[in-house]
Design a protein around this ligand. Structure first.
Ligand code: AMP
Length: 215
């Protein structure tokens, strides 16, 4: 099942991607996670990406398209994948389509997580991630039982470097200007399924599951 989760920063792509990846036994592939790993490793690619990431801007298309091509060709992606945070502009979507066309394995569905703009800021400033298992919490909306520790594995929670108010503002602008046009792009391909991304997490997972089961 070759799918994309589309939505603004903070719309829940990462949270849903983790759960759906387990449920459907296909990897969640997040360009943000791949880039953060490259930054943490101090690789050349990481150094090139860091400035753009710190500013909330997009990393160059060449870098992310290269990362995705390599990642989807790995063994665990043979039965499909959930792309999270890629594509983020029309050029990336076209490059993805061209690559998948060559492989004769086109995308099967794109799920848009639709969340009101006002809610996104609260979600992003409150977001905390577990260093050990990657589980995501929100100190305003879904706080962990023990402050700063993960409910699932007791790992320490951290705040992403780009989840500060100034960078968040830039990221939301970049979404509106560069990523939102993908809604039309995938609608024209009749691949878009829009889901309300506010409310109970399990209900949203169920709704995405209904879409995945049909494609
Ligand atoms: P995310 O974890 O998806 O919110 O991504 C964090 C940051 O990584 C973004 O603000 C961008 O700087 C960069 N990034 C992630 N995915 C992409 C992409 N597909 N294209 C360009 N930059 C990206």
């Amino acid at each position: 099942m070759r799918t994309v989760l589309l939505g603004a920063p903070g719309s829940g792509k990462g949270t849903q991607g983790v759960v759906l990846s387990t449920k459907y036994a296909i990897p969640q592939i997040s360009t943000g996670d791949l880039l953060r790993a490259a930054v943490a490793a101090g690789s050349e690619l990481g150094k090139k990406a860091k400035t753009a990431m710190d500013a909330g801007a997009l990393v160059s298309d060449d870098i992310v398209i290269g990362l995705i091509r390599e990642r989807i060709s790995q063994d665990d992606a043979h039965n499909g994948y959930i792309l999270d945070g890629f594509p983020r502009n029309i050029a990336q979507a076209e490059a993805l389509d061209a690559t998948l066309e060559e492989l004769e394995q086109p995308l099967q569905g794109v799920v848009l997580l639709d969340v009101a703009f006002d809610e996104l800021m609260q979600r992003l400033t409150g977001r905390r991630t577990c260093k050990d298992c990657g589980a995501i919490f929100n100190i305003h909306l879904s706080p962990p039982k023990k402050p700063d520790h993960c409910d699932k594995c007791d790992g320490e929670l951290f705040q992403r470097a780009d989840d500060n108010e100034e960078t968040i503002g830039n990221r939301l602008n970049v979404y509106q200007e560069q990523t939102a046009p993908l809604v039309d792009y995938y609608q024209q391909q009749q691949k878009l399924h829009s889901i309300v991304g506010s409310g109970d997490i399990d209900t949203i997972t169920e709704q995405i599951g209904h879409v995945f089961d049909k494609i």
